[in-house]
Design a protein around this ligand. Structure first.
Ligand SMILES: C[S@@+](CC[C@H](N)C(=O)[O-])C[C@H]1O[C@@H](n2cnc3c(N)ncnc32)[C@H](O)[C@@H]1O
Length: 237
């Protein structure tokens, strides 16, 4: 049910990060004249802004509902999107930049799938190319009471939005739903993720014969420390 039509309808309103202005220049300096490939391109939140700077951006996604949102936006029809599992990276040619942001790598639900993704990315990177992975640092999960939480994301007169999450440390899985309660009814926005620590990402890269080139706590190249909640990793040969 994740990223179905209901989720795609509200994605840009609910999931907007507000970090697009920092993300795009960071990716642009790595892409140089491109081309670039976004894994899990979704509604084009990042890809359209990068393409507007003159870089050819292709994408992969398996949700036709999310890609329909991309297509409906100015410039969305010109982006080449391959429909399928991004772990396959089933596209021709090589890219100077391949990127996967907003925890999307964790939508691959096993370690094997995530390693396979790294290996297939490596096969489609130019020799001087970069693979950028942006995701949360899982430290906060270890502070949850009974491995779960409910967070009031919004409380308004006509609507309450809750984030409901359960964590299984043994499998590194998170089951989560963004729940909206309003007079119109109950709306669920479920997402399941298999998270990885930064050190595990580095090992996946090594398996794929890539190495960590840069690591930051955010798109403005903030220092990555033991208290960072987000991590931007740049891998290359
Ligand atoms: C959290 S959204 C991120 C969308 C966009 N990258 C952004 O930053 O706004 C994750 C996207 O990845 C897609 N996705 C998740 N798992 C996928 C998979 N295994 N293969 C292809 N697409 C996938 C979903 O359909 C969704 O569009």
């Amino acid at each position: 049910m994740s990223f179905d039509e209901d989720a795609a309808d509200v994605y840009d309103d609910l999931a907007r990060r507000g970090d697009e202005m920092e993300t795009v220049p960071f990716l642009e300096q790595l892409a140089r004249d491109g081309p670039a490939l976004e894994l899990g391109i979704g509604t084009g939140r990042i890809a359209l802004r990068l393409a507007a700077r003159g870089i050819r951006v292709d994408g992969i996604d398996f949700s036709s509902a999310m890609v329909a949102q991309l297509r409906a936006k100015p410039g969305g029809a010109e982006i080449a999107v391959t429909m399928g599992n991004f772990a396959d990276v089933a596209v021709p040619g090589t890219y100077r930049l391949i990127y996967v942001v907003f925890n999307t790598l964790f939508n691959l639900l096993t370690q094997d799938e995530q390693v396979r993704c790294f290996e297939n990315v490596a096969a489609h990177l130019t020799d001087d190319g970069s693979f950028v992975v942006e995701a949360f640092v899982p430290a906060f999960l270890h502070r949850l009471r009974d491995g779960q939480h409910v967070d009031a994301e919004a409380i308004e007169a006509g609507e309450v939005r809750l984030d409901v999450l359960r964590h299984d440390m043994a499998t590194q899985m998170i089951e989560e739903s963004h729940v909206s309660l309003s007079r119109a009814g109950v709306r669920l926005n479920p997402v399941v993720q298999r998270y990885a620590w930064p050190s595990e990402l580095d090992l996946m890269a090594r398996i794929a014969r890539l190495r960590l080139k840069e690591r930051w706590a955010g798109w403005n190249q903030e220092l990555f420390t033991s208290t960072s909640s987000n991590v931007v990793s740049v891998f290359g040969r």
